[in-house]
Design a protein around this ligand. Structure first.
Ligand code: COA
Ligand code: ZN
Length: 308
């Protein structure tokens, strides 16, 4: 095993946001809080706990202010970060008013995806994001910039890696704390991932670079591995593989957190996550949403537990 594999890896569970926003069943804030607490109990270093978006556009995220306010006493515990997604400046203001100390804002690899998601073109979304970063720096709020459709757009097709490189450069210069490359529709292949993450890390180092993969074509985990080999040490994943994007046709769930954590731990990467507690969070996610288990690791973990 290469020595650098032994380093810690930060896994962010985006299930309570990316996962729940695409479920037919809408959970109450109380149930969302139960799930988030189970993820924090499992030792998750970061959880994306909701989104400050229009309730008309994404009904499942209504009440994120209630979720966040109820989690306040946990925020900052053991360095665990609670993050919320903000699509525009209004979302940022609402998030901060509800006590958010960490936000994730979205950039785009294509105009069409920006239009579908927030009714702005790519450059308008970048201006909104630049304004958010400016204010967040003054407010002492941590900012993750996620580039949606960083590899392929469901409307405009292949995305130029050169364009993504420019966006990464611009937003790291503006002061983003973390820059996440998102394969929103699960269309990337490992060679492409290796190439883009390799060039971004060569230019900026790995500290602030993350990846977000969907498992639409069963390439989620292998794309995590490709990025890991380039040096990426931050990954988004979703408990029980919940997820999708209501505005990106063809997107299915995120790569399952259980699968990512199990692979990383088997490879000697420390995640700080307790797999048995993660399995409990996964079972809770399934019973709350009424979905079948996603990913592959949870079935194995369950069998191992019942045979002990
Ligand atoms: N949160 C809550 N309400 C918001 C908001 C936000 N972040 N931004 C705008 N609004 C409100 C406005 O105040 C306005 O309210 P009103 O009708 O009572 O006056 C209404 O929404 C429409 O505002 P407008 O600026 O015209 O927005 P829009 O209708 O073009 O929708 C978004 C834009 C960004 C609000 C909407 O598309 C959205 O929430 N998208 C989120 C997409 C998403 O979460 N995708 C998945 C994650 S990548
Ligand atoms: Zn996603």
């Amino acid at each position: 095993m290469p020595e650098e594999m032994g380093q810690g890896v930060v896994v962010t569970d985006v299930g309570p946001r990316d996962g729940l926003q695409n479920q037919p069943k809408i959970l109450t804030p109380a149930d969302r809080i139960l799930l988030i607490n189970a993820l924090l109990e499992a030792g998750m270093q970061q959880v994306e706990v909701g989104a400050f978006v229009s309730a008309k556009a994404v009904p499942a995220m209504a009440g994120t202010d209630v979720v966040l306010e109820n989690l306040q006493e946990r925020a900052g515990h053991d360095g665990q970060v609670l993050s919320v997604l903000v699509p525009n400046y209004r979302g940022y203001e609402l998030a901060v008013a509800a006590g958010a100390r960490s936000v994730c804002m979205v950039l785009y690899g294509s105009d069409a995806m920006a239009q579908a998601n927030v009714r702005m073109n790519r450059l308008q979304a970048e201006s909104a994001a630049a304004k958010i970063i400016g204010q967040a720096k003054k407010d002492g709020v941590r900012v993750t910039s996620t580039i949606a459709v960083a590899f392929e757009c469901p409307f405009d097709g292949a995305v130029d890696p050169g364009l993504i490189g420019e966006i990464v450069r611009r937003f790291l210069d503006l002061g983003a704390d973390e820059l996440c490359l998102a394969d929103t529709i699960g269309a990337a292949n490992p060679r492409q991932v290796r190439s883009l993450t390799g060039s971004v890390i060569q230019e900026h180092g790995a500290e602030q670079i993350g990846c977000h993969f969907h498992d639409t074509r069963a390439l989620g985990l292998v794309n995590v591995y490709a990025a890991l080999e380039s040096g990426v040490r931050r990954f988004d994943a979703s408990v029980s593989g919940l997820g999708g994007c209501p505005f990106a046709p063809g997107a299915s769930g995120n790569v399952a957190t259980e699968d990512v954590v199990m692979m990383l731990e088997l490879m000697g990467c420390r995640t700080g996550i307790d797999l048995d507690a993660l399995l409990r969070a996964s079972e809770l996610a399934q019973s709350l949403t009424g979905t079948a288990p996603g990913g592959r690791a949870s079935a194995w973990l369950k069998r191992r537990k019942t045979h002990l």
